[in-house]
Design a protein. Structure first.
Length: 558
């Protein structure tokens, strides 16, 4: 219920501010209703605004409350605004963040983080270890309904009790203002990566208690601790991040501000790039890809991410695994990836994507299912015949009596192209597909609530471990959008979570994926690569294969 209230409050704010900005939902420009500016701002500004980088990373975020966010674009914004206990550098290595050092007990159960001296919030008030205690307990509190709660804190001692309604049971403590201690139920080899993950960012208790769920919806109440803070926010137009003078490493931040254009339409984003309004855009029109290949400003980079379809497993028509398998087999992933998606993506062979490593450093997907993978795209005709057979066995010969499927998606990148292809592919089974295009800000809450029939989905890995995506399909996981449930799967994932031997643990994770893919609890489509346009004027930043742009360390040149 709190999630719904927060979302309604966010919508109310959006509508109010959009009305203030002359009621326009058109392509964002640099003009601001708040400032009365009327001319487009240059990408690099040497005016009173100082040095500014302008980019497009997505449309209106669903939320930028660290505990509630589950989207990549929102996560990228959180990187600018928050400093977790630990951080991640250009080489994807763990580095100090708000904590200057940390140690782990010999048994791997107690993690002690030593905070830097003199840490402050963006409003200048002191930040202490007690703020991390509050923030982590808030993520575990069921009243918060954090979608990542179990994923990031499930291994912490007392989490079950905390998630059951007693957040104080979570074994996190602050012996003094500079020391934060976490006690685990069992060792977790990647816990340092979780300590660097945005969900566990510190949040300011005072502003949350004073403003409730609305605290993360307006600049004046959005207190943070990172290299930038939010100075202006005009929904459907832009968010302006200004340099935070109270950040512990402010001397290393070269930009005065980062302006994020909130654009959902890829053609509008492309127009902003071509006119120089934006120096970087994440949304590039699919039709422009062939002509952009070879352009040094057009980048195609590896991404630890997979696109897949969520079927609402609470619906009767999807209750039979044979139906889900049939829908999967009817998809020609090779044609989809290589032809329709211009070779930017590759066919998925399972739900764990290319680039995720196994216990010994080898490829986890290459070792899946005895090295065979789960999805063979080499003979689409044979796959289609098998799909028709399975559908008939499930009681729907040639699709007879099968309800029409509504496929929900947002219109960004290749999403509409994929939707139109699915209409054709599933029509070959005798199934009618209707496409429902949904705005991004409402798309993710709709999907999470299960208010859909079938839906586009995708996952960018937050850290290089197969559990990061396999956790999603556990019955109680807040990101289990398809509402898939399997006692065998849950039990295998719990065995993996408690296992300390790496080889044995990864063996359990392989067995879990075996169960998921046999049930086709989701339908993997393609392994994604990130494509974007970026001006060479941006220097010092980097792109992470976790699909984040580290602009907080950037500089810009004329």
């Amino acid at each position: 219920m709190k999630r719904k209230i927060a979302f309604l409050l966010s919508l109310t704010m959006i509508f109010a501010l959009v009305l203030t900005a002359c009621g326009s939902n058109a392509t964002p420009s640099a003009s601001s209703a708040a400032t009365g500016a009327s001319s487009a701002a240059p990408s690099v500004s040497n005016t009173a605004a100082g040095k500014q980088l302008v980019a497009q990373l997505g449309p209106n975020p669903e939320t930028i409350d660290p505990a509630l966010n589950s989207s990549v674009d929102g996560g990228n914004m959180l990187l600018f605004a928050y400093d977790c206990l630990l951080g991640i550098d250009k080489g994807e290595k763990i580095i100090p963040g708000a904590a200057e050092k940390w140690e782990t007990s010999a048994d791997g159960l107690t993690w002690t983080f030593h905070l830097r001296k003199g840490l402050k919030w963006s409003d200048g008030s002191p930040l202490t270890a007690k703020d991390f205690v509050y923030s982590w307990k808030r993520v575990a509190d069921p009243k918060t309904a954090a979608p990542y709660g179990e994923t990031v804190l499930g291994m912490v001692k007392g989490f079950a009790e905390a998630a059951g309604g007693n957040p104080d049971a979570l074994a996190v403590s602050a012996p003094d203002d500079s020391t934060f201690v976490v006690v685990l139920d069992h060792p977790c080899s990647y816990f340092d990566k979780l300590a660097a993950f945005q969900t566990l960012s510190p949040v300011n208790q005072a502003t949350i208690e004073k403003n409730g769920d609305a605290w993360a919806t307006k600049p004046e109440t959005y207190i943070c601790n990172g290299p930038f803070y939010i100075k202006e926010w005009v929904p459907s137009s832009y968010i302006l991040f200004a340099k935070n003078p109270n950040y512990w490493d402010a001397a290393s931040i070269k930009l005065d501000s980062i302006k994020l254009l909130l654009i959902e339409d890829s053609n509008a984003a492309y127009a902003a790039y071509k006119t120089g309004e934006a120096m970087m855009i994440k949304y590039v029109p699919a039709a422009e890809i062939p002509s952009l290949k070879g352009n040094p400003e057009f980048h195609v980079d590896p991404s630890l991410s997979v696109s897949y379809i969520s079927l609402n497993d609470t619906l009767k028509q999807f209750s039979d695994p044979r139906v889900r398998q049939a829908l999967s087999l009817a998809i020609d992933r090779k044609y989809l990836a290589e032809t329709l998606l211009n070779g930017i993506h590759t066919p998925a062979t399972g739900i764990v994507c290319t680039g995720i490593t196994d216990w010994d450093g080898s490829s986890f997907p290459a070792n899946a299912n005895g090295g065979k993978g789960y999805i063979d795209s080499s003979d689409p005709a044979a796959n289609l015949e098998q799909a028709k057979k399975l559908l008939a066995e499930a009681g729907y010969p040639d699709g007879k009596n099968f309800p029409a499927i509504t496929y929900s998606t947002n219109d960004a990148g290749y999403n509409k192209t994929v939707a139109e292809y699915l209409q054709q592919a599933w029509q070959k089974l005798g199934i009618t597909v209707k496409v429902d295009i949904v705005e991004w800000a409402t798309f993710t809450p709709l999907r999470r609530a299960g208010d859909y029939i079938s839906s586009r989905n995708g996952w960018g890995f937050d850290y290089n471990d197969p559990s990061n995506i396999l956790d999603l399909f556990m019955t109680t996981n807040g990101n289990n959008d398809g509402k898939y449930t399997s006692a065998d799967y849950d039990a295998m994932m719990k065995k993996a979570a408690a296992e300390t031997d790496p080889k044995t643990r990864f063996g359990y994770l392989h067995q879990a994926e075996d169960i998921l893919m046999k049930d086709m609890g989701c339908i993997p489509l393609t392994n994604k690569e990130e494509f974007y346009l970026q001006s060479p004027k941006i220097t010092g930043s980097w792109y992470s294969p976790r699909s984040y742009w580290y602009f907080q360390y950037a500089d810009v040149t004329e």
